[in-house]
Design a protein around this ligand. Sequence first.
Ligand SMILES: [Zn+2]
Length: 232
Amino acid sequence: MSRYQQIREEAYLGNRQLPALGLVMFNFGNLSVADPLQHVFAIKPSGIPYDELMPEKMVIVDFEGKTVDGNLKPSSDTKTHAVLYKNWKNIGAIVHTHSTYATAWAQAQRPIPIYGTTHADHFTGPISCTPPMDDEMISGNYEYQTGLQIINHLKEKNLSYEEIEMILVGNHAPFTWGKNASKALYNSAILESIAQMALLTEQINPNAETLKASLIKKHFERKHGPDAYYGQ
Ligand SMILES: [Zn+2]
């Protein structure tokens, strides 16, 4: 078995899930899976439809963004993935999509307020939205700078990437991550659902209040606290 076979398989299966979960249209999304020991990740090749993917078509890239194995061009967002893996030692997979509702909040440049318990099950505050990137970042190494924008924003907000596994990049779209492909995909799907529910909440009641502290605490802790008991 080739030294990259396992991450290629996992990245292949993960990318196939993106259209199945309704998170992408055409080629608008990508998933990668890292092997931290070998300092590489497997990512979707650029421009290949999801139903034509195969494990061997996944491109192997190092944490500097350089292709180390594979015949195809890696996803155009590869450098963003590389920067995140390089800086965040404990993540195993990253997902980027333009899923409709999460992207709409990113385009509106608004963090998603915590309106409900689905949101509180995963995080106790709003889902952050980075500021739009400035012109210098956009005209320079854009995809690399997108990764830095995410890292710097979490730092400014005093948030750890292990605490919150999702973010909106202002004017662009969401990125999610996790310890493996299933967790990063799960985060992507949950984020889309939270984004949709928050929009509907504001439409039904423009003055809707965010969740009260006791409910946030209850929901977060039953899933993540020392005495977690949540399971469905
Ligand atoms: Zn994008």
